[in-house]
Design a binder for this molecule. Structure first.
Ligand code: PLP
Length: 220
């Protein structure tokens, strides 16, 4: 099956209200064009330089999401156009995004990345660190916190994956009912990748980030 078919099949299978982010990192511009022609408009990338290069040559109505680890010194490269940053994992980064957004006279939408997986290497705040952050947030007028993002452990153990997604959903609901109760923007629960997006949707995800299923294996 080709990229267009995968996009169409996946889009048709998603419940209403679930947004598909097509994760196109490491794939060539031609692959993104094929997805675009199949109607896909939301793309996720994980490296600033690669994202800027693709944004430069592809249609301007694409909504670009940044999903990978983001170094503070790279924020300025994507600040002029980025639509959503999923991977905010420090106050320092949040402040830098605010600064660069101000320079570009825009508000940048972000998600707070939450660490729930068993692997040590995954980035993000623990749920408690996240609570602490949002209760003591400085004034950042050019940043809009729109929700949270997380990754489950890479495992075949469905029970564990569900448990981790459930933890994310509970934290999302808690924050939405407290700190962000006055924020209409706080509405995104980004979880689920190729191997676990179906479980993620069952556990309340409304934004999935799928790469391999659409574009095939990545070549590093
Ligand atoms: C690469 C990546 C994905 C997509 O992973 P697939 O398994 O290819 O669907 C999703 N989220 C993040 C944060 C990623 O880095």
């Amino acid at each position: 099956m080709d990229i267009a078919q995968h996009i169409q099949e996946l889009q048709a299978s998603l419940p209403q209200g679930v947004t598909l982010v097509a994760v196109s990192k490491f794939h060539p511009v031609e692959a993104l064009q094929e997805a675009y022609q199949a109607g896909q408009r939301v793309f996720g990338e994980s490296r600033a330089q690669e994202l800027v290069a693709k944004q430069h040559v592809l249609p301007k109505d694409i909504e670009w999401h940044f999903i990978g680890p983001l170094q503070s010194n790279k924020v300025k490269e994507i600040a002029p156009f980025i639509s959503l940053i999923h991977s905010v994992d420090s106050l320092k980064l949040l402040k830098e995004i605010d600064k660069q957004a101000a320079k570009n006279e825009r508000i940048i939408r972000v998600l707070l990345e939450i660490h729930v997986a068993a692997e040590e290497t995954k980035h993000g705040f623990t749920p408690n660190e996240c609570r602490d952050l949002v209760h003591h947030l400085p004034d950042l007028p050019h940043v809009q916190i729109c929700g949270i993002m997380g990754m489950a452990t890479l495992t075949d153990d469905e029970t564990q994956i569900r448990k981790e997604f459930h933890t994310l959903h509970e934290l999302f609901t808690e924050l939405k009912g407290s700190v962000f109760s006055q924020s209409e923007a706080f509405s995104i629960l980004s979880m689920g990748m190729t191997h676990d997006y179906k479980l993620a949707i069952e556990e309340g995800s409304n934004m999935i980030r799928v790469g391999t299923y659409i574009f095939g294996e990545r070549e590093y």
